[in-house]
Design a binder for this molecule. Structure first.
Ligand code: NDP
Length: 315
């Protein structure tokens, strides 16, 4: 049962792809919402305008910098809950350092009732055997988890599985974010199940959980039941929507790995994740244990977007 009192929430990385959705969901849920405003964004007019629009919608902007520990501590002291949604793609090597700085600030402030670090993907605790070089993402996220736990900070980790925009948009093909009406490359036999979640739903489930005692110090897994599908099933849904069968070819595991080695480091990191998801089924090959909860079961009132509904936007 969700707690009645609504917490004050600080969103770090609020102008980002997921962050802006977290801000919107937090405001929609009536949380007192604070958004970190980094002076470093300087003349980035889009970010500034976005922050101002959040303010118009009722959010409070808090100026603080990762280069100024005191400013972070002061920002954190204003709230009960901190959600970090800083980039995992463009600043991968810095993400760990920035999050550790945030952990230090939260520890010093001492008032935070829940911290949600920037996870929102595959559960890193299940990826101890992940391949190089992509394992760096999971290793880094585990270092942040350790720091949180050692500091005794109450937390929830959100395992959001596949962002729909990246995975459904490209019919699960890396390097594609729009579905073709002609051809699709199946990864292996295309039968491994993955889990796709609309980014707005990720944000809503995240906000729903921040005051929920059932997810304190646990992992919240986002597994909307209708969205647990193989690549083939996703393609079939798309084919039905467009009324046409796609030409299909297949990329074997070996071909995928060989092609991956030709890419630069950042690309290889992303491709490693596709490999584990689409060839190994790493999102669905385990049961949720006592240290986790499933979001659609806890929050049935969230009417999540199904894969069928999500794909309609590309017609
Ligand atoms: P973005 O790339 O959109 O960046 C989010 C925010 O990170 C930015 O808006 C910015 O915050 C902050 N940021 C960027 N550079 C810096 C910096 N140098 N110093 C401080 N802050 C910085 O992130 P995403 O929304 O794509 O990713 C959020 C999380 O979601 C990550 O943990 C990522 O791994 C995960 N993810 C998961 C996916 C999946 O399919 N499961 C797919 C994509 C991401 P500000 O607003 O302050 O400028």
């Amino acid at each position: 049962m969700a707690a009645a009192k609504k917490s004050k929430v600080l969103i770090v990385g609020g102008t980002g792809y997921l962050g802006k959705r977290l801000v919107r969901a937090s405001l929609a849920e009536g949380q007192e919402t604070y958004v970190l405003y980094r002076p470093e964004i300087g003349l980035d007019i889009d970010k500034v305008q976005m922050l101002l629009s959040f303010k118009q919608q009722g959010a409070r902007l808090v100026v603080a910098s990762f280069s100024d520990h005191k400013s972070l501590v002061d920002a954190v002291k204003l709230v009960d809950v901190v959600i970090c949604a800083i980039s995992g793609v463009h600043i991968r090597s810095h993400q760990i350092l920035l999050q550790l700085k945030l952990v230090d600030a939260i520890k010093e402030a001492g008032n935070v009732k829940r911290f949600l670090p920037s996870e929102f993907g595959t559960d890193p605790a299940k990826m101890e055997n992940a391949m190089e070089p992509g394992r760096v993402t999971f290793d880094d996220k585990m270092v942040v988890r350790k720091a949180i736990e050692v500091a005794g900070i109450p937390h929830t980790y959100v395992s959001a599985n596949c962002f729909a925009g990246y995975f459904l948009g490209g019919l699960c093909q890396p390097g594609h974010i729009l579905p073709s009406k002609d051809h699709v490359v199946l990864l292996g036999d295309g039968n491994q199940k993955a889990i796709y979640v609309d980014e707005d739903d990720i944000a809503m489930y995240t906000i729903k959980t921040i005051d929920d005692p059932r997810t304190l110090n646990k992992t919240l897994y986002l597994r909307p039941p209708e969205n647990i599908l193989s690549q083939r099933e996703v393609v079939q849904i798309w084919e039905k929507l467009i009324g046409k069968e796609l030409l299909k070819s297949s990329l074997s595991k070996e071909e995928f790995l060989a092609a991956m080695k030709e890419q630069d480091f950042a690309e290889q990191v992303g491709l490693t994740h596709y490999y584990h998801v689409c060839y190994e089924g790493c999102l669905t090959n385990f049961e949720i244990g006592a240290d986790g909860e499933e979001a659609s079961k806890l929050y049935p009132q969230v009417k999540y977007t199904t894969v069928v509904d999500y794909l309609q936007r590309y017609l």
